[in-house]
Design a protein around this ligand. Sequence first.
Ligand code: PEP
Ligand code: MN
Length: 345
Amino acid sequence: MLVEFAKNTPQPKIDEIVHLLDNAGCRVRSMHCYGHPVLRAVSGHINGQMRELQANSYIERIVDASTPWELVSRAYHQDDTVVQVGSARVGDRSEGLMMIAGPCSVESEEQILKAAHIVKAHGASILRGGAFKPRTSPYSFQGLEEKGLALLRKAGDTVGLPVVTEVLDAGDVDMVASYADMLQVGSRNMQNFKLLKAVGRSGKPVMLKRGMSAQLSEFLLSAEYILSEGNSDVVLCERGVRTFADYTRNMLDLNIVPLIRDTSHLPIIVDPSHGSGDRKLIEPLCMAALSVGAQGLMVEVHPDPDHSWSDSEQTITEAAFGELMGKLQHLDGWLNAESYTETNS
Ligand code: PEP
Ligand code: MN
């Protein structure tokens, strides 16, 4: 249950309610969402005080989301959230195809600049590139760290694209945020709660990737961590889960896309590169993802994929990216026209 106050409610008026509930044995967490002060019970129940709450003129709504995740639920916020990332608007399908593209890792100035020109030329909205890499082996390339962030920023600015990059450690959030337009929390860190709280306080949009064995509720509760710190600019990203199937790196779980669209207002995008680990599958999976309602895509692209320092097998060439974007723009246009007809008929 969420108790939402009017924007600009004086703090003493909120404190009065906190004390009222506290005296009734209900401890609350005090938060802000979309500029509204919000209280959420953390122990005990507010039901006993309902009449007084409903009569309080500063309280605008009492929302029972009926799900463990509340701030991210559609019950709390009905409209699709649109996350502004520099010039890109994630979650606004009327803007056309939302594609995040770039190499797995930033390797050199020349490589990231070439990649930036490629993805810009073919219509990507956001440039990606990892500078802090979460690698399974300690002997694999770990990323150029802050030098890589500076190169990514420079490449993005050169071609006029906002940039997204992963932050691995809560202690690095401010530093990474000083270079990036959106912070990526990777699959392996989806339940790193200290990191979730830190990105929630960063003031930057966050792309939260689904943990490789995360259930829908765990995924959404991780997003709830970020919103509960006052940051509602969260983009969810499905990137495949672990199953018995051994013929791909991961199993892209497209089931979750319409389920999330139904239960949450946050935009969900799909990453078929990590979701399959196989460049042959990128095109059909991108098409499938858009068709089930994904509000964007993320694809790994490199000027010379075979010599990519990480994730070479799943990375596509400029030619493949150009062809892919042409087909996807066509499909996206058709899907948007269909939903327009549906809502207007
Ligand atoms: C990535 O996008 O660079 C990445 C490492 O992805 P994931 O966290 O999904 O493995
Ligand atoms: Mn990668």
